[in-house]
Design a protein around this ligand. Structure first.
Ligand SMILES: Nc1ncnc2c1ncn2[C@@H]1O[C@H](COP(=O)(O)OP(=O)(O)OP(=O)(O)O)[C@@H](O)[C@H]1O
Ligand SMILES: [Mg+2]
Length: 243
């Protein structure tokens, strides 16, 4: 579903942020991406839905080349859901309207169809009572669940998550992770930047470890948690697991 092949990216001539990154995510697969701060995790997943350009290599999503000038990027982005650390809901729109906007503008759905879909998804993330509220009236965890529902409303073929729980209070983390675990178990193709190793152990098929722009480790979950091959990954894992 997602094919990343020999991707090199520079933010400036002196700073190469991604170094020969190659990996893939099969349909229905859940891949967790971890690694130290600044290692290029966010940059890599932003390249997947063309939020960041890259100079060399190739990324294909469902067979479509992301870095082909002919590719319809709004259409591609509509098919690859993205959830960030900060929920980025539209503050001036009610929750229900946050969920309807792109369905209507990008997919051309009528308002009734969009609203029905929105309500179904709000129910799924446990928030159907909040449809008429504004984002600021919800907790961080609730807002993040709205952001997930909003992405799902576009019927994505894959979902990208960039540290979706790292801005949340501890008691809200699990309510967001629960939604993500359900999604994974339903067979959604997912690429998830997270340091929630409990989530990784529960539902990931593979774990990618990045350091200084390189994919240092790309391993089955069992192998990664059993014992990562590289010393860098071993060190990283022992640090985050000791917290
Ligand atoms: N727009 C940009 N222009 C220049 N440098 C950038 C830009 N965005 C990120 N960087 C740099 O690129 C490197 C990788 O950043 P990135 O955000 O991908 O790391 P990350 O692994 O997601 O880190 P974190 O865990 O802190 O989120 C960092 O050194 C960062 O400072
Ligand atoms: Mg990041």
């Amino acid at each position: 579903m997602i094919d990343i092949s020999h991707v090199n990216k520079w933010y400036s001539p002196a700073f190469q942020v991604l170094k020969d990154c190659t990996t893939s995510v099969a349909k229905g697969e859940v891949v967790v991406v971890c690694g130290p701060s600044g290692s290029g995790k966010s940059t890599l997943i932003k390249c997947v839905n063309a939020l960041e350009p890259f100079q060399e290599g190739e990324i294909k999503v469902d067979g479509i080349r992301v870095n082909d000038p002919k590719t319809n990027l709004p259409k591609l982005r509509a098919r690859v859901g993205m959830v960030f650390q900060h929920f980025e809901l539209f503050p001036h729109l009610k929750i229900i309207d946050n969920l309807c906007l792109a369905q209507e503008k990008v997919l051309g759905r009528g308002h009734e169809e969009a609203a029905a879909k929105a309500m179904k998804l709000l129910e799924r993330v446990g928030l159907n009572d909040h449809a008429q509220k504004f984002p600021a009236q919800l907790s961080g965890g609730q807002q993040q669940r709205v952001a997930i529902a909003r992405a799902l409303a576009m019927d994505p073929i894959a979902m990208l998550f960039d540290e979706p729980t790292s801005a949340l209070d501890p008691e809200m983390i699990s309510e967001v992770l629960d939604v993500m675990v359900d999604l994974a178990r339903e067979g959604m193709t997912m690429m998830v930047v997270t340091h929630e190793m409990g989530f990784a152990r529960k539902v990931a098929h593979r774990v990618i470890f990045m350091d200084r722009g390189e994919i240092v480790e790309d391993a089955d979950k069992e192998d990664f948690f059993g014992k990562p091959r590289s010393e860098r990954a071993q060190k990283f894992l022992s640090k985050i697991l000791s917290h």
